[in-house]
Design a protein around this ligand. Structure first.
Ligand code: LMR
Length: 359
């Protein structure tokens, strides 16, 4: 009898402890499955960096996490991935910065045309206090940004020969889900049609749209160059990503408080994942330039779409045409934030001459 009562008490206290910590003995051994979904091909900066994250996370947290990477909109495409993340149907996604404007207006700063002179300028801004604050700007909506990943500069392509904005008047362009881009196409006298990435090739092929804008890496891996006549190197903006997680899921991951509870091993999952993500970010930003150069060369070598560089005068026409876009979005984004981002694209100040040293 006494033994029975003792056993019962032991069982109750075990139940209480495991309930308190939110897992049972068997769950303790099962790795946390983390789904990472994205829309691009594997052989792209984002595709490769996602696989790198998987490799690093599973190495840093052996037996504790299993990362499943779903490329090519296989699990969720543009239309669904953010909702799916908020529903915890997927735990990590890394959409283009153009796809967040439903959640924060400030992030639209990244879409402003010709704001960043190159990828480095964007990266410098992302690493600034203002850039880092944007990672946290959607927490009240349930999203936490962990890192920015670079892809590269964007260029326009169409099924016609074109050089300047006047040549694209009346044409229809596929754009990402971005109000800034909608306004940009309008400023050129063209039309922007928001469309999921997975649908673009077919839309170009069948003439549903005449053109699109993207990085060389995306154009090549999706074969857009096979159904377009001209790609003009407009360098009109950056295509970078934010790696985002579901805030509730992320904050609920076993952290310090549960140290030692995972098969007797330290179980600071969030720290391990953050470190793996940092290293994957460095890797992504190292390969993005080279991947885009490789894709540009492959497009030229294919002899399909013609890749055109602009003269200074032609480029000036594109830049001049975008003024209304700034006027329209300045208020939502904030003049200070725009200035803060612009800073990194300004020519370096000439260094003050050192006073001659006295002999
Ligand atoms: C696009 O929709 O064109 C891009 O955002 C795809 C991507 O993720 O690079």
């Amino acid at each position: 009898m006494f033994k029975k009562i003792t056993n019962l008490l032991t069982a109750i206290s075990f139940f209480a402890v495991t309930t308190l910590f939110g897992f049972s003995a068997s769950a303790q051994q099962a790795p946390i499955v983390i789904k990472l979904s994205h829309v691009v091909a594997e052989n792209t900066p984002k595709g490769l960096a996602s696989l790198k994250f998987k490799e690093l996370a599973e190495k840093k947290l052996p037996g504790k996490v299993q990362v499943q990477v779903f490329p090519n909109s296989q699990l969720f495409g543009d239309a669904k991935e953010l909702e799916a993340l908020l529903l915890n149907d997927v735990q990590i996604i890394n959409p283009s910065l153009s796809k967040f404007d439903r959640y924060t207006k400030k992030i639209q700063v990244f879409d402003l045309p010709f704001l960043f002179k190159d990828s480095k300028a964007a990266n410098d801004f992302q690493n600034s206090a203002d850039g880092k604050a944007l990672l946290k700007s959607m927490e009240d909506k349930g999203l936490i940004g962990l890192e920015y990943w670079a892809n590269g500069m964007r260029h326009f392509s169409t099924n016609k020969d074109f050089r300047v904005p006047a040549d694209v008047k009346g044409l229809k362009f596929r754009i990402q889900a971005s109000d800034v881009y909608e306004s940009l196409l309008k400023a050129f006298g063209a039309n922007g049609q928001k469309m999921a990435f997975a649908e673009v090739y077919q839309a170009l092929q069948t003439g549903v749209v005449d053109g699109q804008e993207n990085t060389f890496s995306n154009m090549y891996s999706q074969k857009f160059h096979e159904v377009q006549k001209t790609i003009v190197e407009t360098n009109h903006g950056i295509l970078d990503y934010m790696v985002v997680v579901n805030a509730k899921w992320w904050n609920g991951l076993p952290a310090d408080i549960r140290k030692g509870l995972w098969n007797g091993l330290p179980a600071d999952i969030r720290k391990g994942l953050s470190e793996a993500m940092r290293e994957a970010t460095i890797y992504n930003n190292q390969i993005s330039r080279e991947k885009n150069e490789e894709a540009r060369k492959a497009i030229i070598d294919s002899g399909k779409a013609k890749v055109v560089k602009l003269t200074d005068a032609q480029l000036a026409e594109w830049k001049k045409a975008v003024a209304p876009v700034y006027a329209q979005f300045e208020k939502d984004i904030g003049v200070d934030l725009i200035k803060s981002a612009q800073k990194y694209s300004q020519p370096a100040q000439p260094k003050a001459e050192k006073p001659a040293t006295k002999k």
